[in-house]
Design a protein around this ligand. Structure first.
Ligand code: C2O
Ligand code: CU
Length: 387
């Protein structure tokens, strides 16, 4: 990566379990790459799935202004796909500004985009009757996007890169894609064209309509009313790893998420504190760790993301996720919700664990998972901002 910007930058490989020195966190895993300098990121792409990369330097601004892209690691099933389209969803500002951190955490973004485009500028994506089509949704923005896939029957085949075992057919349910999350869906192309629409009740949503065009057909699918929203927990979905659920963990941590005021601005807190004034989650290699994420924030969603690991969602609001183990790297915690997670400490280093509303991360909602015996290498200047 060569930095041709007039400000420093780093690149983080969101969701992909890279070795720690490739994780792209300034002041923790590397020094920020100054204007005109270069940095070589290298890792082996052995874990198939849909990931993405983005700036981790002043990311609330740099990611908001578009410094991101998709990282697709193809798996064995790739040859069975006739079409494979990636849709990166985002919110942008028509005047080219980064979203502001207003008093209420509000943003001045007025456009919803896919692959950087909105409205008539969105390309048409071709399909032909009977084709096996995969769509990879990635949310690079700061709000959940509710996608309506017309009335097609689809299967959720991967979540946050992790393949779903035995994916079931879903129809007329909105697919919610939270900040930082990825959902891969597959379907058999119908004998018609159809549209994918963002259904949030705001004018910006009208600009996020993706045409899937079947040129051999003159028909367009009827758009039936959707009945409800796909929910991950309770959907029976399970990804491929064995469950970590147990009654004994090597370490247990609790992270209470909230917000408050400091001077004239908002702060977003973990256990009442802001980064870097938050104790890291200390782990030892090989440990199985349980983390309780509890929102005491009645206003904002907090899409929490752990670097370098996949975690299992053990329970939601006290009910165990029993159908199977769901492994992810980003989880949207809505106001008042409580989740229990577990992960195996299998990738030594120091790994950020933060909210993926990057305005929240830069205003405090960030901590790290720190392995016993690991220290930040001495050539790294720890005074740099880490997000
Ligand atoms: Cu995509 Cu530290 O995040
Ligand atoms: Cu947040």
């Amino acid at each position: 990566m060569k930095n041709e910007l007039d400000q420093p930058v780093t690149i983080h490989w969101h969701g992909y379990p890279v070795p720690v020195d490739m994780d792209g966190v300034p002041g923790v895993t590397q020094n920020a790459v100054k204007p005109g300098e270069s940095f070589q990121y290298s890792f082996t792409a052995t874990v198939p799935g849909t990931y993405w990369y983005h700036s981790h330097y002043k990311s609330a601004e740099q990611v908001d202004l578009g410094l991101y892209g998709a990282l697709i690691v193809e798996g064995d099933r790739q040859t069975e796909l006739d079409r494979d389209y990636t849709f990166i969803l985002d919110e942008m500002n028509s005047k080219g500004k980064a979203g502001s951190k207003g008093m209420m955490g509000s943003s001045n973004d007025d456009l919803f985009t896919v692959n950087g485009k909105s409205g008539d500028l969105i390309s048409a994506y071709e399909i032909q009757t009977g084709e096996n089509v995969r769509l990879r949704f990635i949310n690079a923005g700061y709000i959940t996007h509710y996608m309506n896939l017309g009335s097609i029957e689809y299967r959720v085949v991967a979540v946050d890169g992790q393949a779903v075992m035995d994916p079931q057919i879903i129809q007329n349910k909105l697919l919610p894609v939270g900040p930082g999350e990825r959902y891969d869906v597959e379907f058999t192309a119908p004998d018609s064209s159809f549209f994918i629409r963002e259904m949030l009740n705001t004018p910006a949503a009208d600009g996020l309509i993706i045409p899937l065009i079947n040129r051999t057909s003159k028909k367009t699918l009827d758009e039936t009313e959707y009945d409800g929203i796909f929910t991950l927990t309770g959907s029976g979905i399970a990804t491929e790893y064995a469950s970590l659920a147990s009654n004994k963990y090597d370490q247990e941590y609790k992270m209470v998420l909230s917000h408050g005021m400091k001077g004239m601005g908002m702060i977003y807190t973990i256990n009442g504190r802001t980064y870097p004034d938050i104790d890291p989650l200390d782990v030892k290699r090989g440990d199985i760790i349980k983390v309780t994420l509890e929102s005491k924030d009645m206003m904002f969603d907090h899409p929490m993301h752990l670097h370098g690991h996949f975690f299992q969602v053990l329970s939601k609001d006290g009910s165990p996720v029993e159908d199977g183990a769901i492994f992810k790297d980003t989880l949207v915690v809505k106001p008042g919700e409580k989740y229990e997670l577990a992960f195996i400490a299998n990738n030594p280093g120091e790994w950020m664990f933060h909210c993926h509303d990057l305005n929240h991360a830069s205003s405090g909602m960030m901590t790290s998972v720190l392995y016993d015996g690991y220290a930040i290498p001495s050539h790294i200047d720890q005074s740099q901002p880490s997000e």
